[in-house]
Design a protein. Structure first.
Length: 499
């Protein structure tokens, strides 16, 4: 059986804890790989290596860093399919979706290639007689990233390229459910010329996570995952004096107004709700139909959903793959099975779905729930599967109030032809990312990604300008150089004068 080990100091390091976790092919249910689970001592060893590497990497020139990143970008581009194949094998998403994940991660590598612009400082000359003030940004040291199973390549690339471009060293703790892609990303970085110890991958479970959160030599922690874990990460890491950005869960809404193009809205709802089997923090999981359009919209969604081809991710005909584990599949199914008792109309029930020849895979079909109540479990919880809830509202104002009452505030969208309504929506809605006739408003790399309320813990969003600021700290330098003709000024105990 294949074993995924750690990547520390520019080389593979075999697990020493004796503990391993299973990695399953979601399409077959077969355990294909085991992953080493790090002990506290192994985490400490990785931190020591990263701390030592920071001594030189943190002082390296921007030209040296960007040279490596340009080479890395080329290697990633050449290995897109290899990375995507690992994602398909361990996560289960279809190959085209996996390629899209790699492409979105590459955006941040490209942003990091231009880090010289992001790290430019500021200078004010002659603030007083021959006194200049400058502001600069410097790396913060060893930083850690804890990433989820649903995007095993993209989310790590949202973190470490910017972090190392800013001069930090990085320890990545990817999900133990699909660890191979992260290891390949690190190996390619080494091939691109990234010095040993700058990027390290430590596989593990809660033991490794807690060790990173408590380690005194970790300066900052980035996290993407569920809200309960994000809250724990933020609380624990902050209590240990660390800078934290912890992105949590979501219940993303799509408000459809009566004037919207309902065919376009239905296409968008199906794509955004069921893409990647709904295992996206930016998936649309709740459609709010305003006015009399609800029945028509639901029927259009149903017609499209019934045509989606579900199968193994390596089948070119498949449009949606299985869920990550059998336990997660069963949890998602429980929301559909309990929906009718909580007042919903079950338009589509995908809980009995299977794929011929792959009966042991983690399969579930598409489910569509109509007339869902806001106090039902299917609405309140982040299901993280191919389940779309439809709620009804009489007016725009009622729909906005419904969305704003949610404890989550990750992303949201409005579908309308009315520019005035769209403008009101983007100003009034309480969410960090807003789409206007765009169902999944994930920002491009040079704008930051992050939500509001229980979808984000910490002050910084991820990547973009926020990412650069998170991985650096500011310093202000005030200088005075005496003119050769100056006589000694003597001692002055007064407050420094600027005028």
């Amino acid at each position: 059986m294949k074993t995924v080990n750690h990547w520390i100091g520019g080389k593979t390091v075999e697990g020493a804890s004796g503990n391993y976790g299973p990695v399953t092919d979601p399409a077959t249910g077969e355990v294909t790989t085991q992953v080493a689970l790090a002990s506290v001592d192994e985490v400490d060893a990785a931190v020591r290596v990263a701390k030592e590497a920071f001594r030189s990497w943190g002082q390296s020139s921007l030209a040296a860093r960007t040279k490596v990143l340009f080479a890395y970008r080329a290697l990633l581009d050449a290995n897109r399919d290899a990375i995507a194949d690992l994602i398909v094998a361990e996560h289960g998403k279809v190959h085209s979706d996996a390629l899209g994940e790699v492409a979105r991660g590459l955006e941040i590598v490209e942003l990091a290639c231009g880090i010289t612009v992001q790290l430019k400082g500021e200078l004010s000359t002659s603030v007083s007689s021959r006194v200049d003030v400058s502001s600069i940004r410097q790396p913060i040291g060893v930083v850690a990233g804890i990433t989820p199973f649903n995007f095993p390549a993209m989310v790590p690339m949202w973190m470490f390229p910017l972090a190392v471009a800013c001069g930090n060293t990085f320890i990545l703790k990817p999900s133990e459910k699909d660890p191979s892609a992260s290891t390949l990303l690190a190996q390619l970085a080494s091939q691109a010329g990234l010095p040993a110890g700058v990027l390290n991958v430590v596989h593990g479970d809660k033991v490794a996570v807690d060790a990173l959160l408590a380690h005194p030599d970790i300066a900052a922690v980035s996290f993407v995952g569920s809200t309960p874990i994000a809250r724990h990460i933020h609380t624990t890491a902050a209590a240990n004096g660390k800078r934290v950005q912890a992105l949590g869960g979501a219940k993303n809404h799509m408000l459809v107004l009566p004037d919207a193009d309902l065919d376009a809205a239905a296409d968008a709802a199906v794509s955004a709700a069921y893409g990647s089997a709904g295992e996206r923090c930016m998936a649309i999981s709740a459609v709010v139909a305003v006015g009399s359009i609800g029945d028509t919209l639901v029927e259009k969604i149903r017609e499209r959903a019934e045509k989606i081809k579900i199968g193994p991710g390596n089948d070119p005909l498949s449009e949606m793959g299985p869920l990550i584990t059998a336990a997660h599949r069963d949890k998602v199914a429980s929301y559909v099975k309990g929906a009718a008792a909580q007042g919903a109309d079950v338009v589509l029930d995908g809980t009995g779905f299977t794929v011929e020849g792959h009966e042991d895979g983690h399969w579930i079909g598409l489910s569509l729930l109509d007339n869902v109540k806001t106090d039902s479990d299917a609405y309140r919880d982040e299901i993280f599967g191919p389940v779309l809830c439809v709620l009804r509202a009489e007016t725009y104002e009622e729909g906005v109030a419904l969305i704003n009452a949610s404890p989550y505030g990750n992303g949201t969208a409005i579908f309308t032809r009315d520019g005035g309504a769209a403008r009101r929506f983007q100003l009034e809605i309480e969410a960090g990312m807003v789409g206007v006739n765009v169902p999944i408003p994930v920002p491009v790399g040079y704008h930051s990604f992050g939500g509001w309320k229980d979808s984000l813990f910490g002050d910084h969003h991820i990547y973009g300008n926020d990412g650069t600021h998170f991985y650096t700290r500011g310093k202000v330098v005030t200088t005075r150089w005496p003119d050769p003709s100056d006589a000694p000024a003597g001692v002055d105990l007064g407050f420094p004068r600027n005028h």
